[in-house]
Write a protein of this length. Structure first.
Length: 247
């Protein structure tokens, strides 16, 4: 049986799934009954490594994580950022060998859920299975948007698009509002995700501040001109497929 704190942690998964799908009371209770073990991890700690064969999924409860791969000469490519409510290694249920790594970017609290329990849940509750499948499809849509940015957008457009995306994702699970949100990642992390040098990221952020689009205060990003930030980044939130957002 899960402890009281572990059961409470699973509400983050419910909150995430209910931002993109509808769950019944029975489905919510089934998710809360999953066996989960929570751990606090340090910044830069691998959760799963390239080549691993995981036997459990990782649910982010607090902090940020990323999927990444290290290339020759230590070059790093970040594929995605993950926030509370995300299960970034959900694909390990069906793809048994990791083809990339998953690590924390900040201190993070995570819940580990055995694959066997996840498979039993999705067998018993097709609605939950559909919601998790929808989540993986949204992930794919996000990858497509990042690919467009890397291939066709300027540094300004890429970073502005990322800021819009992260705001709506955090708002959907109740972790952002008023056009502001915690941004605990570094300029190097942004560069590794968007294919930009640290110098290029720094200059672009200065330009955004100069135009009055954003401000950064103690690891908090404030979007000062949401409509203009959307316009310059050609941001259309349709690909996030958000059905409702947490209060």
């Amino acid at each position: 049986m899960s402890s009281a704190s572990d059961i409470h942690s699973l509400t983050m998964l419910i909150r995430k799934l209910e931002s993109i799908a509808t769950l019944t009371n029975e489905e919510r209770q089934a998710i809360l009954s999953l066996p989960a073990k929570t751990r606090v991890l340090q910044p830069g700690q691998d959760i799963a490594r390239d080549g691993d064969k995981p036997s459990q999924c990782c649910l982010i409860l607090n902090g940020w994580a990323c999927r990444y791969k290290v290339l020759g000469e230590g070059r790093k490519q970040i594929f995605s950022f993950h926030i509370p409510g995300d299960i970034p290694d959900l694909q390990s249920l069906h793809i048994h060998t990791m083809d990339h790594s998953l690590a924390t970017l900040t201190e993070a609290t995570v819940a580990f859920i055995p694959h066997e329990s996840m498979r039993e849940l999705t067998t018993r509750f097709p609605g939950v299975k559909a919601a998790l499948w929808r989540d993986t499809l949204v992930d794919a849509a996000i990858f497509r948007e990042w690919m467009i940015g890397m291939g066709r957008k300027s540094a300004f457009g890429r970073i502005a698009h990322l800021f819009c995306e992260m705001y709506l994702k955090l708002q959907a699970v109740g972790l952002a509002g008023g056009y502001r949100y915690p941004l605990p990642i570094t300029q190097i992390d942004i560069g590794d995700a968007l294919g930009l040098s640290n110098v290029h990221v720094n200059r672009t952020l200065q330009a955004m501040r100069g135009k009055g689009l954003i401000s950064l205060r103690s690891n908090t990003l404030v979007i000062e001109a949401w409509d203009e930030l959307m316009r310059v980044s050609e941001f259309d939130p349709t690909y996030l497929h958000l059905e409702k957002r947490a209060a």
